[in-house]
Design a protein around this ligand. Sequence first.
Ligand code: NAP
Length: 241
Amino acid sequence: MKKVILVTGASRGIGNNIVRSLANNNIVIANYNKSVEQAIKLKEDMQEKQVDIDIIKADVSNREEVNSMVSTIIEKYGKIDVLINNAGISQYKLFTDISDEDWDIVMNNNLKSVFITTQEVLKSMIPRKEGLIINISSVWGVTGAAMEVAYSTSKAGIIGLTKSLAKELGPSNIRVNAIAPGIINTEMNNKFSKEEIDNIKEEIPLERIGEPGEISKCIKWLMEDNYTTGQVISINGGWNI
Ligand code: NAP
């Protein structure tokens, strides 16, 4: 049966691939914020394949915008079966250079967004006693990264939220899991030179960086599964074992 799936941050990168890989057999709503052209292109590309998706703009760090987005989806489809909290931003700075504003931007976009979107979706998910929430963390949320303290902290926060919420929502038959990708081939890593990427590859046992589709495959598996909750699934080519 077709699931109603909301993917946040789907205009580009991993979220964009998740939409493309799930839309064939499901009802997929692709959230975006700034990249309107990419979101429209995603919808047009899918239309060419005779697949209809919804695109919907909302800054997921803003409660009112998320409330309005979720209400629109519930009015149209009556439910959300799967929430994929994927939206996120990176920040590359020496810890001593991080301003209060820098810190808040990362926490709001990466962590508060998960808090807000999950709460809004749960209003209709808990009464139905069925659902799946997948949060995109990062290898840096597990191990920590120099020059990315705010980012790593936000992604570690997602892991704490995932584990705690899985315990709270288990009795409501709602599973909550996190995926912790290693380095994945998206615009987020444009800050690294080719030489830096090559150096990273040397540290990865599988000797390559990951592709967005490798995250989508894990999401498909989590949608088929019924007994996994509170877990952090690392997809990183063995970079962190
Ligand atoms: P990306 O290519 O930079 O795309 C980020 C996406 O997030 C964009 O679609 C962007 O939408 C959206 N976004 C950011 N802030 C938003 C907000 N406030 N509201 C709505 N959408 C927002 O990054 P990516 O590599 O695909 O990353 C996706 C997720 O995977 C992130 O959470 C990231 O931290 C995580 N991750 C990535 C890697 C990696 O190596 N790429 C590794 C580990 C974890 P707009 O452009 O429309 O604003």
